[in-house]
Design a protein around this ligand. Structure first.
Ligand SMILES: *Cc1c(COP(=O)(O)O)cnc(C)c1O
Length: 361
């Protein structure tokens, strides 16, 4: 068996240790005589898996007691609608648009109620962050929505750029949650689809300040109501049990990496090496994003000569470096270097990129 170096944007690489543990436990989880997939979600075995996963996540992210952790379904895309359904309460909300994903969140929210764009960097091709002067906030907004890591454009908002605006901050962290330390208290609601940095697709994580629960109108479906899901411990109906189990194994793996501080140090080094390769290529490769908001997780880059794109993709794949094609909306290449992508994968990619540039430059 040989495993590739996987740079997929999502569903993405999982830690090999986690996959091996899941394989060992597949037929008989801890003496239960069946797989986690085959057991009742209300039995004591699965309840212990869920409780441990939540406890480990709370420890990793230092989630304060006043926050609920919800294990939901429907992906981050469902949250684009569920957030305004729950939090608008007849008011208006603000959105800062810094890439494809926050743009989609803004557009979807328009189906539910009144929202306004407080700032957008679309005219700059989503390669930078808006300045403080460019952000026009509504002080009476129900919430302010941001996406702190734009997976397609490779734009990440550094923690120190996230200011308190006096309204609840709602954040899409799908593609960089658990990659760095975070001050949960800054946020009213954090959400993330699991398939980038948490576990398999089908699980969606929501971390929400308790005060924001119970604002939803009674006309929304109960599975969409955060308060109902919180009251029922994410078990109003059958939760995505296997996804929760794998996420729990990932949380334990993260603790073994030294928690978020430990994995952040590795992520900083991985990103440093890849951006250095791009920036030192004499223009052979280019990343268009402002250096002060380049993503540590998703690194888009173009080749100066796009006629070499096909050869780059074919030769990198032959070298075991897979899923480097950029998103169709931006073209070129993208390397997604999530937590589970080890430094050795970046070393192999950088070696390949340097060699490819030398042979074709
Ligand atoms: C992938 C992604 C989404 C969409 O996630 P789904 O789970 O497919 O709905 C939303 N936001 C960001 C930042 C993403 O990376």
């Amino acid at each position: 068996m040989s495993r590739i170096w996987n740079f997929s944007a999502g569903p993405a690489a999982l830690p090999e240790e986690v996959l091996k543990q899941a394989q060992e436990e597949l037929l008989d989880w801890h003496g239960a005589g069946c797989s986690v997939m085959e057991m009742s979600h209300r039995g004591k075995e699965f309840m212990s898996i869920l409780e441990q996963a939540e406890a480990d996540l709370r420890e990793l992210m230092e989630i304060p007691a006043g926050y609920k952790v919800l294990f939901l379904q429907g992906g981050a895309t469902q949250q684009f609608a569920q957030i305004p359904m729950n939090l608008l309460a007849g008011r208006s909300a603000d959105y800062i648009v810094t890439g494809s994903w926050s743009k989609k969140a803004f557009k979807e929210a328009q189906r539910i109620g009144t929202v306004r764009c407080a700032a957008s960097t679309e005219s700059q091709g989503f390669t930078c962050l808006p300045t403080a002067e460019e952000i026009k906030l509504d002080p009476f907004a129900a919430y302010l929505h941001i996406c702190t890591n734009e997976t397609i454009h490779g734009v990440e908002i550094p923690a120190e750029r996230i200011a308190d605006t006096g309204v609840p901050l709602v954040v899409d962290m799908s593609s960089h949650i658990l990659s760095r330390r975070v001050n949960v208290e800054k946020f009213g609601l954090i959400y993330a689809g699991a398939q980038k940095n948490i576990g398999p697709s089908g699980l969606t994580l929501v971390i929400v300040r308790q005060e924001l629960l119970g604002m939803a109108p009674l006309t929304i479906p109960s599975v969409m109501d955060y308060a109902v899901m919180a009251e029922n411990g994410s078990m109003l109906n059958t939760p995505p049990t296997y996804g929760i189990y794998i996420a729990g194994l990932v949380f334990q793996w993260l603790k073994r990496q030294g928690g978020l501080a430990g994995i952040e140090a590795v992520n900083v080094e991985k990103a440093r090496r890849l951006y250095a390769c791009i920036d030192n290529s004499g223009g052979f490769y280019t990343n268009p994003v402002d250096p002060d908001c380049r993503s540590r997780m998703n690194v888009p880059f173009t080749l100066a000569n796009p006629q070499l794109d096909a050869a780059f993709l074919a030769e990198s794949k032959a070298a075991g470096l897979v899923s480097l094609k950029g998103h169709k909306s931006v073209g070129g290449m993208r390397a997604s270097i999530y937590n589970a992508v080890p430094l050795a994968a970046i070393e192999a990619l950088v070696d390949f990129m340097n060699d490819f540039a030398k042979r074709n430059g």
